[in-house]
Write a protein that binds this ligand. Sequence first.
Ligand code: N01
Length: 525
Amino acid sequence: MVAQTLERPSLNQNSQAKKVYDVVIIGTGFAGLCMGIRLKQAGIESFVILEKGNGIGGTWRDNTYPGAACDVQSHLYSFSFAPKSDWSRLFGPQEEILNYMNQCTDRFGIRSFIRTNSEVSGASFDEKTGLWEINTVGGKSYKTKSVVSGTGGLSRPVLPNIKGIDTFKGAKFHSAKWDHSYNLQGKKVAVIGTGASAIQIVPTIAPIVGTLKLFQRTPAWIIPKPDSNISGSVKGIFKFIPPLRWLFRKAIYWLNEIGVLAFAINPKLMKIFEKFARSFINKSIHNEELRKKLTPNYTIGCKRILLSNDYYPALNRENVELVTDGIEEITSSGVKTKDGVEHKVDAIIFATGFQAAEAVSPFEIKGREGKLLANVWEDGAEAYLGTTVSGFPNLFMIVGPNTGLGHSSMILMIESQVQYALQGIRYLLNKNIKFLDVRKDVQDRYNKEIQRRLGKSVWLTGGCVSWYNTSSGRNTTLWPGFTFEFKARTFFLRPKDYEFVRADGKAKKPGIGSRVSMILDATFG
Ligand code: N01
């Protein structure tokens, strides 16, 4: 079914009639690209994709630090509809992932829809017209029937709130904003943080720098990374016998999926992983004091489990020191710890993560009755199926609240959400419907269920502090189940979950005919 482009007069009476897009997508990470590709395949071509950077790729464009690679197997960390036979490694490096995203952008013909250097500054919904107005930092504005936000959870790097951080006279940068013009060769370097980014950075720069001081606040559980090059013959087999590539992807999928049993259903099973990780530390680190410092005191899985074969060996190096005394302040020449020692360095690298749990949207979003999303989410972000929020009609979030995974590929969740959003958009374009708004009682019931399930998970019972949870201890980031459950729940947009408002302002539930055509669209469209 091909949607029509709506042309409506602008809300601003002083300006000329302005194009009204069917969809404005925000972001060109995997989420934004997937939505764009699916819209185009569905014959919906009245859309733009706004991107704040000067190229596509989101997280995979920004994180160019040395050693950046995926910690999910590439054959699964790729679109199901765009398999790649020739991944160079089981866990692809950043550059190859970004290339893949660029190839998909061209192969599916969506580059001309992308507007780079278009950072969104605000979005507001007009209940009278049922339209959103999207404003950019550069002063442009777009009118649209619907908005798909694909801004992701890892797009806002966080510099820690450490006293004196601005006084440091040497080089300093965040892992997600790597300064490639700075030559680390022979330098005295501090790395703050020991999360997923740091464990990739440290082994890569340790052989280059003069000395490396790694400031750890909480140790991470680390297990070996089953990574290797993929040989030419295997790539050939995948290329010429696609069912084998498909089987390989499925095998990875099910192996990862088993993890849910321990993460979310019975955290006691984590003991098995913990035993494995403990023996990995014991085997890799020979110095007893260092081993103690590196052994976490919370249940494995509570914070993200990290995969690395070269992190522990890097910490055994003579020029690397693990500092665990706690940071007191940053001085003009280094990092002072609570024991009074000043560690003088030439450069500080902040591998301190992203602002994730507290607020998902990096710009102001105004919904019905002028309500601000930031206010609605004061006590923690929540949505229905991680995608729609009551009071914010025609807005679909990809990688919204409680859609993150601790065990598998985010692209599985993205594809499910895109499928769901596409159905909502089809309703808006085909059925004389002004807007659809998820019912508050439906959203509340859903979140009650999600939080009840999360309460039993290792993320809330494991005894750690993590960015998965808000400061009040609510988990607003992770999905507490199997990815196939999420796929099943987002496969059909159930009209009864939504308030439908017609163009004449009357509430309207779609009839049985509309629902049947929706289901046909969703299945074969
Ligand atoms: O960030 P993090 P990241 N003083 O938040 C420490 C994804 N990712 O960039 O644990 C001292 O995990 C903080 O300490 P603590 C992945 O989803 C994916 O590494 O809070 N230390 C922690 O050690 C990941 O989960 C890949 O006590 C301070 C570190 O900084 C997410 O990105 C690769 C501090 C932050 O760790 C974020 O990972 C890389 C302070 N004031 C990342 N403040 C893939 O391969 C913070 N820290 C797909």
